[in-house]
Design a protein around this ligand. Structure first.
Ligand SMILES: *Cc1c(COP(=O)(O)O)cnc(C)c1O
Ligand SMILES: [Zn+2]
Length: 371
């Protein structure tokens, strides 16, 4: 047995991993603790596609194959030099995914677990891409799905979610209001909350981003640039590199440089004021819609992870994001504006001569209207 447990990030209370449990009674999110089996290069499953080559490092029993019915080959995305002029900077093309964003890493694991548990219906809230991923994998797993969205969600993301047969529930209000509406529905309708923010199985999927980099360049990069709204990529990647270090496979952690949109930057603000907790900010509106989170539920963990790697947080303003979008397209990469913010962070970073940097291209440009 894997002996999985949920552990509260604040008060450390333990819970059994049952479908109904999505947060601690103190209100805080939960982490997943389990006895991790030995993992090394020899445990990579070269016979499996995508991120499932690391199946031996994921929380599934060796005889459990529910995920095999659900995977669409997500992960194991290309890691390529940004350009000839920047030979030490790599982009990880994480929009090369079944639903065109990195969220498929987390959704594949989370929905496989829900299916294993016999869940019949899931509820999630999203600014777009997580909802798209959850909808796609839920449909594939023959699980009913309701996605709560804000009224301003990109029409193409809404269309994508609809195409997967999910029931869309539009909420007028802030991103936080959308989350609250979903949580209320979970409680009232006694359904499964397939939250990419709260459910720690999602992070078991996003951690494969770290495993892939480790395998692809066979060392730890000096620096990772990571966009951060709710921190599902950031915390997954941090967890992944911590695991690789605990397994004795890597000697250090990469420095994490997080990027937020200047118009919605609660984490950047807390970081620069040296606070360990955020104050909720008001989203002043940004084309980087995928990172516009005014009150991220895992903010303490995110700030801690960045500090632990000697990293920092930088912000990108609207003009910079627009210019970065154009600059990336000129290099061949057509991304959504949220992803252009990552390039802004890269341009602002004072890199050293040989610094090995990886930045992710998280979402495809086809997901939004901007051209
Ligand atoms: C979800 C998403 C992000 C941010 O991820 P968080 O988990 O909110 O930190 C960044 N870029 C894209 C394209 C996304 O879909
Ligand atoms: Zn607690």
């Amino acid at each position: 047995m894997l002996k999985e447990k949920y552990v509260c990030v604040s008060c450390q209370t333990h819970f059994n991993t049952i479908p109904q449990r999505w947060r601690c009674q103190c209100g805080s999110p939960l982490n997943l603790a389990w006895e991790k089996p030995k993992f090394s290069k020899e445990h990579i499953r070269h016979d499996l596609s995508g991120m499932w080559r690391y199946a031996n490092a994921l929380p599934f029993h060796p005889n459990d194959s529910v995920w095999e019915e659900i995977t669409m080959g997500e992960g194991h995305t290309p890691l390529v030099p940004l350009s000839k002029e920047d030979p030490h900077t790599f982009v990880k093309v994480d929009y090369m995914m079944p639903t065109l964003s990195f969220k498929d890493r987390g959704a594949a694991v989370l929905i496989a677990k829900a299916k294993e548990w016999g869940v019949k219906k899931v509820v999630a809230d999203s600014s777009g891409n997580a909802g798209t991923s959850i909808a796609a994998y839920a449909k594939r797993a023959r699980i009913d799905c309701d996605i709560f969205l804000g009224a301003g969600t990109s029409p193409k993301k809404v269309a994508q979610i609809k195409a997967h047969g999910a029931h869309i529930r539009m909420v007028n209000g802030t991103r936080e209001d959308v989350a609250k509406a979903a949580q209320m529905a979970v409680q009232q309708e006694d359904t499964f909350y397939a939250s990419h923010v709260f459910n720690p199985y999602f992070f078991e999927g996003t951690k494969t981003y770290a495993y892939e980099i480790w395998e692809q360049i066979n060392k730890v990069p000096d620096t990772l640039i990571i966009p951060v709204g709710n921190g599902t990529l950031l915390l997954g990647v941090y967890q992944g590199f911590c695991e690789l270090m605990a397994q004795g496979l890597t000697p250090t952690l990469p420095k994490i440089i997080a990027v937020q949109a200047e118009n919605c930057a609660p984490l950047a603000q807390a970081f620069h004021q040296q606070r360990i907790e955020i104050e909720t900010v008001q989203n002043r509106g940004t084309i980087a819609e995928g990172i516009a989170i005014a009150a991220p539920a895992r903010s303490k963990q995110i700030l801690q992870a960045i500090k632990e790697t000697n990293g920092y947080i930088v912000t990108a303003n609207e003009q910079e994001i627009i210019e970065a979008h154009t600059a990336l397209a000129a290099k061949g990469f057509y991304v959504e504006p949220t992803t252009a913010a990552n390039y802004v962070a890269y341009m602002k970073h004072q890199k050293t001569e040989q610094e090995l940097i990886v930045l992710p291209l998280c979402g495809s440009g086809l997901k939004t209207e901007r051209s």
